[in-house]
Design a protein around this ligand. Structure first.
Ligand SMILES: [Zn+2]
Length: 473
């Protein structure tokens, strides 16, 4: 059965179609963070959702090329940089974006997410952006006004196709400030003239320095990496308008081809019904999650993400966390009991494991229905307890363990003891990877054996280069 995904462009679920004539390689681009503040669980949900999508596509036999950008020059970053009071605003801007990008990457690592294949910073792609803007001017889709360059929305007949809005609705939505330089209020900036001292580049307007608008960044980076078009474009629902509408318009006009096959949008996070913000003091970071639950906070957060369909809003409440904690506890108990059964010599039934994986895949093929997979997993646990069938139990444990780590990045098979030494395990995995890269296989083996004999932790190398772990008897 093909994988079906909801496409925001057509407003329906569609079979995954690929540009690759062999139907093997999936090209996916996701809008990453603008790095001017600490990452919160909303950023983490976005990164986690598309990591899960990539893992599942790989699990299903596809090759995935995954790109996620970083916006490292922007009004908000510059604003924050000014507060540092440094003499050189360029340096201050680089410092702010560097610091918050590091924090973002640290959180993703802690959640066990893999790096994208390509993670471009906007400031590294300025020449490509300028080239694209120049070609849009040449093709009469953009015009110079003062030191700025604007995209002329009326020059693209399909403007509105991503957000499914009429021009008058968009006008209302955009709350565009009056700007006498624009020919039409919805026209958006591809390039903006900068004020004295701000980060700036020689650009498409002779004699005036400026910097790119936000939308052109994603178009230039994705199109140059994927060579003109790609399969899946992802991001949060809050980006549909104007960001994705504008990315689509300028990209289609620049290349003369459709930009992407499929637009995939994830829902946003609210905290007890309210938007997350520092002023409301409901800004939840991974550090806070881990403070609440130092042993399993990260895994329980992932369960929260999986328990809600990616496209739906997720309301994060204390009651929900309590409920996820209970579910997590049930998984831990189940694996404690299964380890004991495995220890007594009961072997799993391969056929059963395959059957269980098939049921998970059926749910996942239907627009990545992770809540259903979690329900199936819990149903299996319940059933095996009831039947007291030990082969069924160790088979279910193996199926949940493998799918959990390979697709969801969740290590279900943990004991309290293992959670306490998790940092040590992860350090060991990183050191072993480094040793293998240096072809120091003796050292790599030594690390693997040490974890096994001293800590009862078994490492498993996956085909895509990741290493997962589990508690061994
Ligand atoms: Zn973007």
């Amino acid at each position: 059965m093909p994988i079906r995904i909801y496409n925001s462009l057509t407003k329906q679920k569609e079979d995954l179609r690929l540009l690759d004539p062999k139907g093997k390689e999936v090209k996916m681009y996701v809008c990453g963070p603008t790095v001017y503040d600490e990452p919160h669980i909303g950023h983490l949900r976005s990164a986690y959702v598309f990591d899960m999508v990539r893992n599942y596509l790989k699990f299903s036999g596809y090759q995935v090329k995954f790109a996620r950008n970083v916006t490292d020059v922007d009004d908000k970053i510059i604003e924050k940089a000014r507060t540092l009071g440094m003499a050189d605003l360029n340096e201050a801007t680089a410092q702010v974006s560097g610091k918050y990008f590091e924090l973002y990457k640290k959180d993703l690592k802690r959640l066990g997410l893999q790096d994208p294949d390509f993670e471009p910073k906007a400031t590294e792609f300025i020449p490509q952006m300028i080239e694209m803007i120049k070609s849009l001017i040449e093709k009469k889709h953009a015009y110079i006004a003062g030191g700025d360059v604007y995209f002329e929305v009326s020059s693209f007949g399909k403007y509105g196709e991503v957000s499914h809005q009429r021009m008058d609705q968009m006008l209302e939505d955009a709350r565009v400030e009056a700007n006498p330089l624009k020919r039409y209020p919805l026209d958006f900036a591809l390039w903006k003239e900068t004020k004295e001292g701000e980060p700036s580049w020689e650009g498409p307007v002779a004699g005036k320095r400026g910097r790119p608008g936000w939308h052109i960044e994603c178009s230039a980076m994705s199109l140059s990496y994927f060579n003109g078009a790609f399969d899946i474009h992802g991001g949060g629902r809050d980006l549909i308008f104007p960001h994705h509408e504008n990315e689509n318009a300028q990209s289609c006009c620049a290349t003369g081809n459709p930009f992407v096959n499929l637009w995939m949008h994830h829902g946003l996070i609210t905290i007890s019904g309210k938007k997350m913000s520092k002023s409301l003091k409901n800004f939840i970071t991974l550090t806070e999650v881990m403070k609440e639950d130092p042993s399993f906070g990260d895994e329980i957060l992932k369960l929260s993400f999986l328990g809600t369909h990616y496209s739906a809003p997720l309301d994060y409440t204390p009651e929900r966390v309590k409920m996820e904690r209970q579910i997590w506890r049930r998984f831990l108990d189940f694996f404690d009991s299964s380890r004991a059964v495995e220890k007594s010599g009961v072997k799993l039934a391969e056929k059963r494991v395959t059957e269980i994986h098939q049921s998970f895949r059926q749910a996942m093929d239907n627009d990545f229905n992770t809540p259903e997979v979690l329900t199936l997993m819990q149903g299996l646990i319940h059933e095996t307890y009831k039947s007291k069938d030990q082969i069924a139990q160790v088979s279910a444990a193996a199926a949940i363990r493998n799918f959990g780590s390979e697709v969801f990045g969740v290590v279900f098979d943990q004991s309290e003891d293992a959670s306490a030494i998790k940092p040590e395990i992860e350090r060991g995995i990183a050191e072993r990877a480094a040793a293998r890269k240096n072809k120091d296989f003796a050292k790599a083996d030594e690390i693997r054996n040490r974890l096994l004999t001293q800590r009862h932790i078994e490492l498993r190398d996956l085909a895509d280069g990741r290493t997962t772990w589990r508690v061994r008897l």
